[in-house]
Design a protein around this ligand. Structure first.
Ligand SMILES: C[S@@+](CC[C@H](N)C(=O)[O-])C[C@H]1O[C@@H](n2cnc3c(N)ncnc32)[C@H](O)[C@@H]1O
Length: 213
């Protein structure tokens, strides 16, 4: 099994089964509520997992497309959120199956930090392509200070990108320079390092909003 298949298997096991009532979201999207309220186009939840952000967006009356490469995640969001305008199963590293300018907003919550620099830039370019001209990408990514969740663990195969040999999975961790590097081709409208207490152990991450240049 290659690394992608191994990681996908991991996510399929995590996303085994959920009920809608069990899915809770934190308040991170509140900061961008003006943008979300104004958006009249579909919003793509990229790497939706259990669908916590999809749930938030649906409850705010938005047209949401939930996307993930884990089949179980997609089965669950289809079952739990009939309001979704679509739910798509695909690997974002192979391109996003949407026409140019399809979406007003892409939300990528903790889903963009698994790839090499080359692949991350490719994914970001494709996100840009599927966004309308004044579209935005809202994201959260691991911080280099996220020591409770593997920062610095394993072999650093690229700057701040680690392979944990124990589980065969790759993770990237960002500092301010990395944010500037990866989002250099975007207007960085907001990017701050923050603490998140959604998991059992405190998580340190970056929350950001970027728009097309
Ligand atoms: C940490 S979870 C975040 C899930 C959700 N956005 C949240 O914040 O709860 C990362 C998600 O990204 C998905 N993912 C990872 N690599 C992916 C890829 N190459 N293509 C599509 N989805 C991917 C995983 O299946 C998983 O659901």
């Amino acid at each position: 099994m290659d690394s992608i298949e191994q990681t996908k298997k991991y996510w399929n096991e995590i996303h085994n089964s959920y009920e809608r009532a069990d899915i809770v979201y934190d308040d991170w999207l509140d900061l961008f509520l003006d943008d979300i309220n104004k958006c009249g186009l579909p919003i793509i939840d990229l790497g939706c997992g259990s669908g916590n952000d999809s749930k938030y967006l649906i409850e705010h009356g938005k047209q949401v497309v939930a996307c993930d490469y884990a089949e179980n995640a997609i089965e669950n969001v289809k079952k739990n959120f009939p309001e979704l305008i679509d739910a798509k199963c695909f690997d974002m590293t192979e391109g996003l199956p949407f026409e140019d300018g399809y979406a007003g907003i892409v939300i990528a919550d903790l889903s963009l930090h698994y790839f090499s620099e080359e692949v991350t830039k490719k994914v970001l370019n494709d996100i840009k392509r599927v966004l309308v001209d004044n579209g935005i990408l809202i994201f959260r990514v691991n911080s280099i200070n996220d020591v409770n969740h593997g920062a610095g663990v394993g072999t650093e195969v690229e700057h701040h990108y680690f392979l944990n040999e124990k589980n065969g999975r790759y993770k990237r961790f960002f500092d301010r320079d990395d944010i500037n590097k990866f989002f250099g081709e975007w207007n960085i409208e907001y990017a701050e390092e923050e603490k998140m207490d959604r998991y059992e152990l405190l998580k340190i991450l970056w929350r950001g909003k970027v728009s097309k240049k």
